[in-house]
Design a protein around this ligand. Structure first.
Ligand code: FVH
Length: 299
């Protein structure tokens, strides 16, 4: 370690929080911390992205190691797991004894691997999964899920709440990511359902915008059904009266209609395949939510 780093390590921390990564999200996180009166050091691999934040009072450094040494709490908001690993490897020694909050999107196992690396290097690790776009940071509209070190979460909560609504999911560092990616899975499948429907009505000349004007209120109304389906899944009884049955939900006609119009039926065909599998297994008279049983891991 050079003299500069040694003196920073031995001095009172220069700032409250260091943010590694100044992409769209890292910049928004750092800016909202500054807005809330926290002192911030920022670092980015490509120089030049810190100037606006520096103009607003942030400190910056040339090296990751110096950025880490500047604060007791380090936020990593990078592209993916390997960018986090590469960056942290440049400051592994300096991170010892500090708290690392990694809000980079990773899979649950990637988060667990980073937590394990942190434990090996004496770093208190909190994993974060951001359910917000940069413009939502600093408001209560966004949500950020956390898992990993409970002590770090409790100590940092007043700071974490600057960014968004916070929710802790447990000491297994992979859990925040698991909830995040499950939420995104639902969202992307809903969007793809819309894109498929838009392709169907495009064959009759309806614009995607006109279709969206009809689809959005319909999906909003249908989303009211989620709580009922959830109750059935949690109860584990797919024979409870009042459910829409799998037989009633046969979607072969939608697949056929899509094919007849020359539209790729794969999104709806996937749903139909899940329904058919349950019907083939003898569950046709049971509720639609039984699809869940075909998706979850066997116990
Ligand atoms: N932006 C969003 O709406 C979403 C919302 C949900 C959560 N995501 C995740 O947040 C992570 C960061 O996202 P971002 O929007 O800031 O991403 P970019 O603007 O693309 O910036 C990427 C930063 O990562 C740096 N970087 C990339 N590779 C490396 C590397 N090998 N070593 C060091 N740094 C690296 C990059 O630096 P540079 O290209 O400027 O040098 C940017 O700072 C992400 O996980 C989202 O999934 C955001």
């Amino acid at each position: 370690m050079d003299d500069v780093s040694e003196s920073i390590r031995n001095s009172t921390h220069a700032t409250d929080i260091t943010v590694l990564g100044l992409g769209a999200m890292g910049s928004a996180l750092a800016a909202s911390l500054l807005d809330a009166g926290r002192s911030v050091t920022v670092w980015n691999r490509t120089p030049g992205r810190a100037s606006e934040l520096v103009g607003r009072g942030a400190g910056t450094t040339d090296s990751v190691a110096e950025a880490v040494l500047a604060s007791p709490v380090v936020i990593a908001c990078l592209l993916d797991r390997s960018s986090v690993e590469e960056t942290l490897a440049l400051a592994a020694g300096e991170l010892r004894g500090r708290t690392l909050v990694n809000v980079t999107t990773t899979t649950p196992n990637e988060s667990r691997a980073l937590a394990s690396w942190a434990a090996d290097h004496g770093v208190d690790y909190l994993d974060g999964a951001i359910m917000a776009v940069p413009a939502m940071i600093g408001s209560r509209a966004g949500q950020i899920f956390y898992s990993g070190s409970r002590a770090a979460y409790d100590a940092l909560l007043p700071t974490l709440e600057i960014w968004a609504t916070s929710e802790f999911h447990g000491e297994d560092a992979g859990l925040a990511s698991l909830v995040d990616l499950a939420m995104l899975s639902g969202m992307y499948q809903m969007f793809t359902g819309f894109f498929h429907g838009a392709a169907m009505v495009a064959t009759m000349g309806m614009s995607a915008s006109d279709f969206a004007a009809r689809q959005a209120p319909f999906l909003a109304a249908m989303s009211e059904e989620l709580a009922g389906y959830a109750k059935v899944i949690d109860g584990g009884d797919y024979t409870v009266a009042g459910q829409q049955s799998l037989e009633f939900s046969d979607l072969a006609h939608i697949v056929r209609a899509s094919e007849e119009e020359g539209v790729d039926p794969s999104p709806i065909a996937t749903v139909q395949a899940l329904i058919s599998a349950q019907m083939a297994a003898g569950h046709g008279s049971e509720g639609l939510a039984r699809i869940y049983e075909g998706l979850r891991p066997a116990t």
